[in-house]
Design a protein around this ligand. Sequence first.
Ligand code: NDP
Ligand code: OXD
Length: 320
Amino acid sequence: MKDEKPRDLVIALRGWEIAPWIERFAKMLPDRQVLALDQVTDPDRIAYAISWKHPPGSLTRFARLKAVFSLGAGVDHILSDPKLPDVPVLRIVDPDLTGRMSEYIVLHCLMHLRQQRLYDRQQRDHVWGDDRFQPAAGAIRVGIMGMGELGQDAARKLMAIGFQVQGWGRSAKNRAGISMHHGAAGLTDFLAMTDILVVLLPLTPQTHGLINRALLQGLARDGALGGPVLINAGRGGLQVEADILACLADGSLKAATLDVFETEPLPSSSLLWDHPAVTVTPHNAAMSEPAAICRQIADQIRAHERGEPFVNRVERGRGY
Ligand code: NDP
Ligand code: OXD
């Protein structure tokens, strides 16, 4: 038995129901076993681990593992495992997920541009307000931190609406038609020309806590929205929530849309829930179609077994 090549899958999740995932993968890969962590009796038959926040250390028993797949685009939940086996880590890059994230970013940029929260309050109070003037999208500078798969698509769609868009990344890169900045040296200028800050960064040791008071205070104060706005759909660990609240209180931030939080689910005691300038969504900016995710992983497994290289492979050293 030991000489047989391992081919089975283990699904290791926290916070999500496991049965539907086992069922989906079993349907797509009917020629092998798909098991939950606690169902595995022969760890040497496991070739692939499918993870969403797998319990740290839980993959060490799979000595013949060939790859760990993330069920999402982010891999911070995998790389934070100090006992992660030394095998390729693959992530989801999917047009369905990317399109949904861009819908979210466009929706919230427009919501802040068109002051929709104000009109919601006015409608609730039966007020025909005087404050009806709106700047045009072309007057607003959107700065996107993280110009990878998601940031670039959002940038294109925001530009199609007329927003001025610039990007910030880790390394110097050309992105057609977009003014780009990078690294610590490029951050000050980038922030000083940003009215709406969109955060689509991965969570790494370098980006942890980056969205803090000092950074938010560097945003443009002279923009057509009357104050800078933050939209974070990257990861909660990127932001310091006490600093966001302090900046909202002292006026250095006008409003925020947050999809991700330092602690998820967001505790009911968080002041963010009731803040009139904060829009909270439950980490669902880009919930991908589960079937599309499973298909992509199943296709990768079959391609790998035909001798093709893995795609969407994470560079573990850089953390994304
Ligand atoms: P990519 O890996 O394609 O892009 C990451 C981008 O971030 C790159 O432009 C990279 O720069 C930049 N970056 C990384 N580290 C740094 C750094 N230290 N300083 C400056 N820039 C940095 O990722 P995706 O676009 O696919 O996804 C981004 C993140 O979005 C995911 O990691 C995940 O956390 C989050 N996400 C959230 C979802 C939600 O529902 N809220 C859904 C899906 C993803 P460079 O170009 O130089 O490499
Ligand atoms: C992801 C997410 O990383 O949904 O895909 O957060």
